[in-house]
Design a protein around this ligand. Structure first.
Ligand code: ADP
Length: 322
């Protein structure tokens, strides 16, 4: 393998730059040329490239976002769009392609890998951690720590004012960020899609806690299908119990920022392992980390097989908050 491409796609995640750096430097160390493709699949279709050298990736390990830019491309979902993308891959003489992104990116990558002769390797980069084939995705740890800092600050106010707070965190259709920020922030209640609770049961638990003398509480809510839904839950809790509350939707601040050490190390390991996989001629897979070991998972499995949060973590919340 003499020439490979690299792109970031879908939602940006802290640590993507650390991953690009590792992939570029590992490629160059093995005499493989590496070409950056800007703005994910949209840039691949348009032929937007940037040369990647050692100095291109200097001083980026600490930066959030992605120096390659990212985008969502509806055109890539069509066979016509992918034909244009494949034409550009061939024009550039790329034998391998590294995709850093989430499950949507790997859906596209699965098709690309079937439709052209280029070896495609995925690396999980999304704050949501909702990708099968890796214990953690790049960016998740940073997002959890960002949510945790916010929860800690809100707890100061909740305690000072004897107030109930709803803190809504990101995670799309999964509750990974809510679960880990909730456990580490000592949340009293957790609302995540994997373990739905009714407003009635939430109310009775909150009322019981308040009757027992608790004066403040934090409910961590995963954004789920409908971001902003915590306003509805807070309103219904007030109607049923009379308990006043405040709602804080953390939103996009969870997506940016300097990656944590854990994310930088994971990104570096996966970036290196992706190039090593390509050098061995291994494509059509995602490089993840499972039980501290590098794991190769067929691209299709990454989005077809769902990933569930550890049930032990869900049990912990129930016991510790009581
Ligand atoms: P993420 O990779 O973070 O999950 P998206 O779901 O937005 O982000 O997916 C990123 C891009 O991957 C989309 O904009 C689209 O170009 C491509 N993609 C997503 N789903 C498909 C699909 N079913 N077929 C082909 N391409 C897809």
């Amino acid at each position: 393998m003499k020439r490979v491409g690299i792109l970031t796609s879908g939602g940006d995640a802290p640590g993507m730059n650390a991953c690009i750096r590792a992939a570029v430097r590992t490629s160059l160390a093995n005499d493989v040329e590496i070409l950056g493709i800007r703005r994910g699949y949209a840039g691949l279709i348009q032929g937007e490239t940037m040369p990647m050298e050692r100095k291109t990736v200097a001083n980026i390990i600490q930066q959030g976002g992605t120096i390659l830019g990212t985008a969502r491309s509806e055109e890539f979902k069509t066979p016509e769009g992918r034909t244009l993308a494949i034409r550009n891959l061939q024009k550039e003489g790329l034998e391998g392609l590294i995709l850093i992104g989430g499950d949507g990116t790997f859906r596209g990558g699965t098709l690309l890998s079937q439709e052209c002769g280029v070896q495609v390797v995925g690396i999980p980069g999304t704050i949501d951690n909702d990708v099968y084939g890796t214990d953690y995705t790049i960016g998740f740890d940073t997002a959890v720590n960002c949510a945790l800092k916010a929860i800690d600050r809100i707890r100061d106010t909740a305690l000072s004012h004897d107030r109930l707070f709803f803190v809504e965190v990101m995670g799309r259709h999964t509750g990974f960020i809510a679960l880990e920020s909730g456990i580490s922030g000592g949340a009293e209640e957790l609302i995540i899609p994997e373990a739905p609770v009714t407003v009635a049961s939430l109310c009775s638990r909150l009322e019981r806690n308040f009757e027992r003398g608790k004066k403040s509480a934090i409910v961590v809510v995963a954004e789920s299908e409908q971001p902003g839904d915590s306003f509805r839950i807070a309103r219904e809790v007030k109607e049923k119990t009379g308990i006043e509350s405040r709602v804080c939707v953390l939103g996009h601040i969870q997506r940016g920022g300097s990656p944590t050490a854990r994310d930088r190390v994971l990104a570096t390991k996966l970036g290196m392992a992706a190039v090593q996989a390509l050098l061995r001629g291994k494509g059509g897979c995602m490089i993840g980390e499972v039980n501290w070991q590098i794991a190769h998972t067929p691209l299709r499995d990454t989005w077809e097989k769902g990933k569930q949060p550890l049930s032990i973590l869900m049990e912990m919340i129930k016991i510790l908050s009581d």
